[in-house]
Design a binder for this molecule. Structure first.
Ligand code: HEC
Ligand SMILES: [Cu+2]
Length: 372
């Protein structure tokens, strides 16, 4: 105060001119955020109720944030020029020293605090809608795997793979978990994202409002084929399909019939040798597509995805031994499927992690044995 009284800082005409310019720019940026179809440019349809609330909050934050940014950055530039060192200043000149302006400090504390309180109030309101409401509707589970998602529906045995279908207008409670590493389930069109953590169940709730097909994206690096857990990179990977009740019912009863003979019992790897006599190659082929193809190609040994290509695993003269050194026989392949194996390429998961029953192993070996 003492110095500033002795040597008062003058805010010249220039200060008020740039303030006027910044005010116009700030208003223009606010108008931009509220008027421009930003979410259309970003190709973000609004597929659920709360997505619109998230967009409103984001727009509010972008608008107020860019208006503030214009003033803060603008004044830095203005003051750097207005109070620059002049040629006429002595070499040891120092700038005007100002401190202790209680009135100013009070306002620059109160205004941001009120603003942050307002933002948290608006955010918690939406968070509550996602975490707690709606209470009724269907309960679905999604399980993250390397490198795909599977889904469990009420009264459907086993897991549904491919697409997650939802009837429009019906509230959904979605429980998320993982079978192996941490994944993160993100549907941009829903503005919803949650981590999938092994051993933990997290829940999100929403009500679909827009009929369509929307990509699911994994946003947590989960291994070498993480990037393919993005429906836009690998179009065979999972999509959320929101449809009318009749189409949903048709799809749902289709899976009910398809999975009628699938066991819901938790699969545990048995320790003894697996009986391979009842293996069915066709069943093994379907299983391979869902459980193995993320890591293995049906091609020569050298065609590596995560693990080696498996087309010649049992009938390739140049591949007499398996990765664990044992001779390439059906029983030894079964042993790798049962116990897993970690070698120079990485980790081949065991039967518990891959959720394989003894019958699954027999079917898979029959399939691999049928490849030439
Ligand atoms: C997470 C990736 C991953 C999954 C899923 C996976 N594997 Fe593997 N697998 C590997 C890796 C990596 C290896 C090689 C390990 C090493 O030697 O370093 C391997 C090795 C193998 C081998 C030995 C190949 C050889 O030539 O010796 C067989 C057979 C095999 N896997 C079959 C399967 C089958 C069948 C499934 C599906 C039930 C499956 N794997 C699922 C990663 C995977
Ligand atoms: Cu993932």
């Amino acid at each position: 105060m003492v110095e500033s009284k002795a040597n008062p800082v003058r805010l010249g005409r220039g200060f008020w001119i740039v303030t006027g310019v910044y005010a116009v720019l700030a208003i223009a940026s606010i108008v931009f955020w509220y008027k421009a179809p930003v979410y259309q440019w970003l190709n973000l349809p609004v597929a659920i109720e709360t997505a619109a609330r998230v967009d409103e909050l984001s727009t509010f934050m972008f608008a107020t944030g860019s208006a503030l940014y214009i003033f803060v950055l603008g004044y830095i530039v203005y003051f750097a020029i207005a109070f620059r060192a002049r040629k006429s200043d002595p070499p040891d000149a120092i700038g005007v020293q100002i401190h202790d302006n209680h009135k100013l400090e009070l306002w620059w504390t109160i205004i941001p605090v009120l603003f942050v309180i307002l933002l948290s109030f608006l955010s918690v309101k939406i968070w509550y809608q996602i975490m707690v409401e709606p209470q009724n509707g269907i309960v679905i589970e999604s399980i993250g795997h390397q490198f795909y998602w599977s889904f469990r529906y009420p009264q459907v045995n086993g897991e549904v793979t491919g697409e997650m279908h939802l009837p429009v207008g019906v509230p959904v409670t979605l429980n998320l978990t993982s079978a192996d590493v941490i994944h993160s389930f993100w549907v941009p069109a829903m503005r919803l994202k949650n981590d999938m953590v092994p051993g933990l169940v997290t829940t999100i709730r929403f009500k679909p409002t827009l009929v369509g097909r929307f990509p699911i994206v994994c946003t947590q690096f989960c291994g070498t084929s993480h990037s393919t857990m993005n429906a836009m990179v690998d179009s065979t990977k999972q999509w959320v399909v929101i449809e009318d009740q009749a189409s949903y019912d048709k799809w749902y009863s289709g899976w009910k019939i398809k999975n009628a003979h699938v066991s819901n019992a938790l699969v545990t790897a048995s320790t003894g040798a697996v009986d391979l006599s009842g293996g069915v190659a066709a069943t093994g082929q379907a299983l391979f597509a869902t459980k193995c193809s993320a890591c293995h190609a049906v091609g020569p040994f050298s065609k590596v995805i995560v693990g080696p290509g498996l087309a010649g695993v049992l009938h390739d003269a140049s591949h007499p031994n398996l990765v664990d050194g044992d001779p390439a026989t059906p029983d030894n392949v079964a042993k790798i499927l049962q116990n897993g194996f970690t070698g120079s390429m990485g980790q081949m998961p065991n039967a518990t992690t891959n959720q394989l029953s003894n019958q699954d192993i027999a079917n898979l070996v029959a399939y691999l044995n049928s490849l030439k």
